[in-house]
Design a protein around this ligand. Structure first.
Ligand code: ZN
Length: 85
């Protein structure tokens, strides 16, 4: 992930915005659940200026047959799987 990437989050607890525009600053934790790669990252919402850490977000999936990593589209809107709190 590029550190300057912008992630749009909805149904999140990152900040007060309905849809947060989070400028990612770096990974905090990375996890693998079965074939799904997830991560939490620190960032700042460019709408309200809140700095926080995201809930778990799906980064992509690994195809079990080919072991190829398929990344999610970072330009879509993402919903955290579960929040960190
Ligand atoms: Zn915000």
């Amino acid at each position: 992930m590029n550190v300057s990437e912008l992630w749009q989050l909805y149904d999140h607890e990152f900040c007060a915005c309905r849809v947060a525009d989070v400028l990612a600053e770096g990974f905090v934790e990375v996890g693998v659940m079965r074939a799904t790669v997830t991560a939490r990252f620190a960032g700042q919402c460019i709408n309200c200026g809140e700095s926080a850490v995201t809930g778990w977000l799906t980064m992509g999936t690994v195809d079990p047959d080919t072991e190829t990593f398929r990344r999610v589209n970072p330009n879509s809107i993402h919903r955290p799987i579960g929040d960190a709190r």
